[in-house]
Design a protein around this ligand. Structure first.
Ligand SMILES: Nc1ncnc2c1ncn2[C@@H]1O[C@H](COP(=O)(O)OP(=O)(O)OP(=O)(O)O)[C@@H](O)[C@H]1O
Ligand SMILES: [Mg+2]
Length: 420
């Protein structure tokens, strides 16, 4: 039984046969030929291979050199090449492992199942697809044949550079999808890990700088988020003579003027720190997806239910943090068991919070932009059940739950309201 030939080409060139490094190649061109045959995976005419590696030599000398190299490869790998008088082919029936092939297989499986971003990442098989992506980016240890060079072989070099670019683009897309996936699920540490890798491969991707800034801010690393902006700005200016986009500048300003997106003070347990958010990625992604739908004009009401202490408030807080960090206005209102029959209590609280913020803030403060609309609803803020005006009904639609004895005749009885 032939030994397994392992070709590691992402991040350099490393060839082993069985347990040991494969040595004894007559030249770098012999290695290049083996790589070319394995990666292309089809039969090639001898003339074409001679042209690929010795394009600058007369044909007879090139053919002679190819014979020497083929004899060397046949000796080193008697089972892995099919060599005839006309052509040469890598034998896929012999045992082998090729990182490029494994990488592509995993990225392709993801492409088939997940197109684009966002909602599509919340599919029943998204976990499987994402595992493939994780494995793919682990396989991508660096660029294809990084540091490998053979002189006077322009055709081979051109092929190598094209492959390098193609595989790099695949790795960038895989990393981008992983950042999206983890961020949507509120898994910020993983998001930071992949965004950092993405930027190491492609530092000019401004969108990735923004994503990383947000993730850093969301994990309480505000100064690192601001420093990330500086890095981005410096890079664009020195390398491309460009300023960051308005979107990037606005994000920087938002992070700068917000003390912390990190605080989840309401969730702080009696003892110890707030633990990282875990295990509710799917639910987080669904709620964020709904928020995105509302931006397209498709409003939704989400009711989060579950047993006491199961993590309802934490989930809602995390989603609120996520959307707030993206510039959304979040109004918060609560109702309490001891609130009795007080109607619209959470809505009144939410509006009151918004108005007071509007008064405090500058004209650019989120609350101030919302105020003109809410000023028309201020009676609601004063209201008890008896005095609420009809405008309340146009502000919010509440679902009657049970008859309310204190309700005036003809008005819909309301007991409570669950916020998303
Ligand atoms: N996904 C999570 N990851 C980490 N910690 C969590 C998670 N969900 C909840 N916790 C922690 O568990 C505790 C209880 O969670 P939470 O208050 O959200 O539960 P709840 O369902 O709203 O409870 P209640 O029914 O009493 O309102 C909090 O300290 C919270 O930070
Ligand atoms: Mg709760």
């Amino acid at each position: 039984m032939a030994e397994v030939l392992r070709l590691k080409l992402l991040g350099g060139l490393h060839i082993t046969l069985g347990e040991a490094e494969l040595k004894g190649f007559v030249s770098r061109r012999a290695q290049a030929l083996l790589v070319y045959l394995a990666v292309t995976g089809r039969a090639h005419f001898r003339d074409a291979l001679a042209g690929l590696l010795w394009g600058e030599l007369p044909q007879r000398r090139a053919a002679g050199n190819l014979r020497v190299v083929l004899s060397n490869l046949r000796h080193l790998l008697p089972n892995h090449l099919t060599i005839t008088r006309q052509s040469v082919e890598f034998n896929r029936d012999a045992p082998y492992w090729l990182d490029v092939e494994e990488f592509e297989k995993r990225v392709r499986s993801e492409e088939l199942g997940v197109r684009g971003e966002g909602a599509q990442l919340v599919t029943p098989n998204s976990q499987l697809l994402t595992r493939n992506l994780h494995e793919a980016v682990e396989l991508y240890q660096g660029d294809f044949l990084e540091g490998f060079y053979i002189s006077k072989a322009p055709a081979f070099e051109e092929w190598m550079l094209l492959e390098q670019e193609r595989l790099r683009q695949m790795a960038l897309q895989a990393l981008h999808n992983l950042v999206q996936y983890h961020t949507l699920r509120g898994e910020y540490a993983a998001g930071i890990k992949y965004a950092t890798r993405l930027l190491a491969l492609d530092p000019w991707r401004e969108e990735a700088h923004r994503e990383l800034m947000l993730l850093l801010a969301l994990t309480g690393q505000r100064s690192a988020a601001l420093a990330q902006y500086e890095k981005c700005r410096h890079l664009l200016e020195t390398e491309l003579g460009l300023e960051p986009l308005e979107e990037t500048k606005a994000l920087y300003e938002r992070i700068r003027s917000t003390p912390s997106y990190h605080s989840v003070a309401s969730l702080r347990p009696a003892f110890g720190p707030v633990l990282p958010f875990v295990g509710r990625g799917e639910e987080h992604a669904v709620l964020v997806d709904w928020w995105k739908a509302t931006q397209q004009g498709e409003g939704r009401l989400a009711l989060v239910e579950g047993e006491a202490g199961v993590g309802k408030t934490r989930l809602v807080e995390e989603v609120a943090r996520y959307v707030r960090a993206r510039g959304a206005i979040v109004l918060e209102g609560h109702c309490y068991e001891f609130g009795g029959n007080l109607p619209y209590q959470p809505i009144a609280e939410a509006l009151r919070g918004c108005l007071s913020r509007g008064r405090e803030g500058s004209p650019s403060h989120p609350g101030s932009s919302a105020s003109p609309y809410f000023r028309t609803s201020t009676p609601l803020l004063r209201c008890g059940w008896r005095s609420y005006p009809s405008c309340c009904q146009s502000c919010v639609k509440c679902i009657p739950t049970s008859p309310n004895p204190s309700a005036p005749p003809g008005r819909p009885p309301v007991r409570g309201f669950s916020r998303p």
